[in-house]
Ligand binder design. Structure first.
Ligand SMILES: Cc1cc2nc3c(=O)[nH]c(=O)nc-3n(C[C@H](O)[C@H](O)[C@H](O)COP(=O)(O)O)c2cc1C
Length: 344
């Protein structure tokens, strides 16, 4: 979880409890990533993963970005800040981060927003790294398998944060496929293992995804609420605040569909925000920072999956244990043998 959520202490707590903790490389410098890997390694000797954003092709309409900037002028004056420069960079330091991961191989690397080519996946494999790529449709899963990834993350529309859609075309409405249906469709399309993601908050849901054909589950929002997560207190509290009852996919904050709690900013700007990632991410960055500094939940990107109201304020390691126990209980009730390795 990029944006300061997946800090090394969270990853380490998950790993120590038997889960597979992740570091987020998104929005970080290559050196920042290197330092976090070092820190995580000092906290745990167990396997962990690093998540990378794929660089984005240029297809945003500059005029649409300009119009959006005009529409956000009132926000900038309200938060007493300037809008960010939409041209601050498109590739998120992809090559440099990849170099860090090839020089200092980690056990698992996952990719979001597209699939790398076979050459990249091959070099990672030769470095001893297991590779995962997110897919939101069976077609994307096929591309992932054909590129040579070791496994595919099936990300359902329920998922919090950005959809890992490979190409966010302006004419699409950003809607996606529900997780159980997606797993079934991907299962019939590819042979590589599937990791289920989206709206999973309880061990019983992990059992359901395993029964549907997944080999493992990936949880975001459930860990967003833990004390170890780097999310702001305002974000954590909003997850279970009755003021926020709905989530929606929106391009309002970043220019790519991402699921967040419906707040004022999302309601007002979501309907006309253009498909322009990462331009809108850079454009709105100072607004989001100013809102966070003011503790104003109505102006922040409150990323959350559809299950946010079931978030539990448990330490991350304890949450892994509780999920594993719930999974075992659900599997016993179903009469299926518990999966080896619990929630891993
Ligand atoms: C705050 C937040 C940040 C996220 N950041 C990333 C990211 O940097 N890279 C990524 O691949 N997925 C990211 N995701 C999506 C997760 O990988 C996963 O698909 C999602 O959390 C699953 O749905 P859930 O939140 O309902 O558990 C993020 C999700 C959240 C909630």
């Amino acid at each position: 979880m990029a944006g300061g959520v997946s800090v090394p202490t969270l990853g380490a707590a998950v790993c120590e409890a038997g889960g597979l903790g992740f570091l987020a490389a998104g929005y970080k410098t290559a050196d920042g990533l290197y330092q976090e890997i070092k820190q995580l390694r000092s906290l745990t000797s167990r396997p962990f993963g690093v998540n990378i954003f794929m660089p984005q092709p240029e297809y945003a309409d500059p005029a649409a970005v300009d119009v959006y900037a005009h529409q956000l002028a009132g926000e900038a004056s309200w938060y007493e800040t300037e809008l960010g420069d939409p041209e601050s960079g498109r590739d998120d330091g992809y090559d440099a981060k990849l170099a860090v991961l090839l020089d200092n191989p980690v056990p698992v690397v996952s990719f979001h927003f597209g699939t790398p080519g076979p050459d990249v996946l091959d070099s990672l494999r030769r470095a001893g790294t297991f590779t995962l790529v997110t897919a939101t449709t069976p077609e994307e899963a096929l591309a992932v398998e054909m590129a040579g990834a070791d496994a595919v993350i099936a990300q359902g529309v329920e998922a919090g944060g950005h959809q890992g859609t490979h190409r966010d075309l302006p004419e699409t409405d950003g809607s996606g496929i529900g997780l159980l249906s997606l797993i079934a469709q991907i299962r019939e399309t590819v042979r590589i293992p599937i990791i289920a993601a989206g709206g999973i908050m309880r061990g019983s849901q992990i059992a359901a995804t395993l029964a549907a054909g997944a080999s493992a589950a990936q949880l975001g929002t459930a860990f967003l609420a833990t004390p170890e997560s780097g999310a702001s207190a305002v974000h954590k509290q909003a997850l279970t605040n009755p003021l926020f009852v709905r989530t929606e996919l929106t391009r309002a904050f970043s220019g790519r569909p991402a699921r967040g709690l419906v707040n004022r900013f999302l309601r007002e700007h979501g309907p006309y925000a253009p498909a322009a990632y990462p331009e809108l991410h850079h454009l709105t960055s100072p607004l989001r920072k100013a809102a966070a500094k003011a503790g104003d939940a109505q102006g922040m990107a409150l990323w959350a999956g559809q299950g946010h109201r079931m978030a539990r304020d448990l330490p991350a390691g304890r949450l892994v244990e509780v999920l594993a126990a719930e999974l075992a209980a659900a599997q016993e009730a179903l009469g299926v043998r518990p999966a080896r390795g619990g929630v891993r």
